[in-house]
Design a protein around this ligand. Structure first.
Ligand code: SF4
Length: 228
């Protein structure tokens, strides 16, 4: 059976790649190497989630890059902070190390769970993986795992695997916090708008009832039928 080294960015994203590569007949080994993840306790949570996946799916797991190796990521970025541009530089050391390890350990090919995520820059990952493959004499297996997006989410929830709230780096964490704050503000504004509309409608109903009651009282006093 051909052997493949699957770079795993996290537990939930690795599920569908493991399942589908196995269905294709690959003997899968997972490699967790993500020095981009910040802070250290988040790295540990994601590594533990990966361990959980490895146990539940009975797949061998290799790992490198404890949080201290965040320096690899900082050096790779060379001060580039714009989303998209920095992501290419963030994929680079991860693809390079996966390719070099695949070559060193004699794997027939390597690929990455990053190709499962709808939020990653798919074409950039492909080009970085191809670059890493040619630099290291390894074979990159391209697969688009995105069609199984919802199946992966369902499976991770079913297995109770930790699901992170930001991509990984400190910049993505800050961006996610801003987005969460904006979403909370939008939600609060919608709630306030709805409460104001309900209060307005209640007041309109009250005034209407008052008008009807006043007309009725006048009719009873005068005995006259009033226009509606
Ligand atoms: S947003 Fe994600 S892919 Fe982009 S630099 Fe940060 S951790 Fe890397």
């Amino acid at each position: 059976m051909p052997r493949i080294l699957l770079h795993a960015c996290c537990g939930p994203c690795s599920l569908m790649p493991i399942v589908h590569l196995r269905e294709e007949g690959w003997d899968v080994t997972v490699f967790f190497f993500n020095p981009n993840i910040h802070p250290a306790d988040e790295w540990k949570k994601r590594r533990d989630a990966m361990l959980e996946v490895s146990v539940r799916l009975n797949v061998p797991l290799l790992e490198e890059g404890a949080p201290v190796n965040g320096g690899v990521w900082v050096r790779a970025l060379q001060g580039v902070t714009r989303e998209g541009e920095r992501c290419r530089l963030c994929y680079r050391p991860r693809m390079e190390r996966t390719a070099s390890l695949a070559a060193e350990l004699g794997f027939d090919a390597f690929t990455s769970s990053l190709l499962y995520s709808r939020y990653q820059h798919h074409e950039t990952i492909m080009s970085e993986a191809e670059r890493a493959a040619s630099l290291n004499g390894a074979v990159f297996l391209y697969r688009d795992f995105r069609p199984w997006w919802w199946d992966g989410i369902a499976m991770s929830k079913e297995l109770g695997i930790y699901r992170q709230k930001w991509c990984g780096c400190i910049l993505s964490m800050k961006e996610a916090l801003v987005q969460q704050k904006e979403a909370a503000e939008r939600k609060a504004a919608l709630k306030a708008e709805r409460a104001a509309r309900l209060a307005r409608e209640a007041e309109e109903r009250r005034l209407k009832k008052e008008a009807i009651a006043a007309k009725k009282a006048l009719r009873e006093r005068t005995g006259k039928k009033l226009p509606q």
